[in-house]
Design a protein around this ligand. Structure first.
Ligand code: NAP
Length: 310
């Protein structure tokens, strides 16, 4: 029977994703019926994004999976009506974009680019930056995005330490876990990159006490989620000169309110949640592959663990 796929990710995403999804389904050999409106009891798969009109999954009695278009699932994983498998997005294009963004911002701080870009004032400043081997980078979160970024930075020559919930071995990286591992990871971070998901365990992970563990002058680059950092503690650490800079792509409230002190703080760079995004052509292939798997009775890719929250 032809599976029914409900696209429940909003009209704007439909305009972007309809053609790539139809192409990807064709290529994967799945003759699916893809639509933005279907009777809930006839839906087999739900393509989803936070902010969707679908908030109650109870009427989707025969659905087999919810396929999230985005990597982060914090806005859906706790939905009490969701008892279906939930797959998140792991997309080659998303990963590539994040590697480029993280590498660019790490290199900005490593090379001290601001000194020359922001001060074209006639003063000759012949300070040669150190080599990457002399700049320690730590990455919190070694999942699809964190591990790719960490490996890219290690390839450039940075000594990279990564931290994850479960112990890991990743070529070219020093991998740590647990509270002791976190303390060590922070203590040795000249530049700290955050690529953790937002869960009850990671919220406010970087509080005043943990920020104090960073070496004086350390720089934070956060494309993970805003609530990973205690905003007030971050501002206090910057004001005290303990931190050198924070480049923030994600915030507790987005768009970041105009009156938020981050906008005016000289030690903060705000970017508007653009570090990376799901790319329609590659992401559509991931969705189509999961539908193919569902139809073939094979395990879904990239399933979320509801207990862990990511
Ligand atoms: P992922 O593959 O699920 O990886 C998450 C990583 O975080 C894993 O290494 C996991 O450890 C670790 N982790 C989770 N909870 C932890 C805890 N309590 N303590 C220590 N480590 C913990 O996620 P991803 O695809 O790499 O994405 C990471 C996040 O990036 C997303 O959740 C989203 O918030 C953010 N993101 C941002 C943008 C943007 O444009 N700014 C775009 C996409 C995604 P284990 O390996 O042990 O499981």
């Amino acid at each position: 029977m032809t599976p029914n796929v409900l696209f429940a990710a909003g009209a704007k995403q439909w305009a972007t994703y309809e053609a790539p999804l139809r192409r990807a389904l064709d290529r994967s050999g799945v003759a699916a019926h893809l639509a933005t409106e279907l009777p809930p009891e006839e839906v087999d798969y739900i393509v989803y994004a936070p902010g969707s009109a679908v908030q109650d999954f109870t009427p989707f009695t025969r659905a087999r999976a919810v396929l999230n278009l985005w990597a982060g699932v914090e806005k859906i994983v706790g939905n009490p009506t969701l008892h279906l498998p939930l797959a998140r997005m792991v997309d080659h294009g998303l990963t590539q974009g994040m590697m480029e963004w993280v590498t660019g911002h790490v290199l900005r701080h490593h090379l001290g680019m601001d000194a020359h870009i922001l001060h074209q004032d006639g003063v000759w400043r012949p300070d040669v930056p150190p080599l990457a081997g002399d700049r320690r980078v730590s990455v919190l979160g070694l999942g699809a995005l964190g591990s790719a970024c960490a490996q890219m930075l290690a390839t450039l020559g940075f000594p990279v330490t990564g931290w994850s919930r479960r112990p890991k071995h990743i070529s070219g990286l020093r991998c740590l876990s647990g509270e002791g591992g976190l303390r060590q990871t922070l203590a040795e971070a000249d530049i700290l990159v955050l690529l953790l998901p937002l869960t009850p365990e990671t919220e406010n992970l970087l509080d005043a006490a943990r920020l104090a563990l960073l070496p004086r002058g350390a720089v934070i680059v956060n494309p993970g989620r805003g609530p990973l950092i205690d905003d007030d503690a971050l501002l206090a650490a910057l004001d005290a000169g303990h931190l050198g800079h924070a480049t923030l792509d994600v915030f507790r409230s987005e768009p970041l309110p105009r009156e938020h002190p981050f906008w005016a703080h000289p030690g903060v760079t705000v970017t508007p949640h653009i570090a990376s995004e799901t790319r329609p052509d590659t992401a559509a292939q991931v969705i189509a592959e999961n539908i193919r798997r569902g139809e073939a009775g094979e395990p879904f890719l990239h399933l979320v663990d509801p207990k862990a929250g990511y």
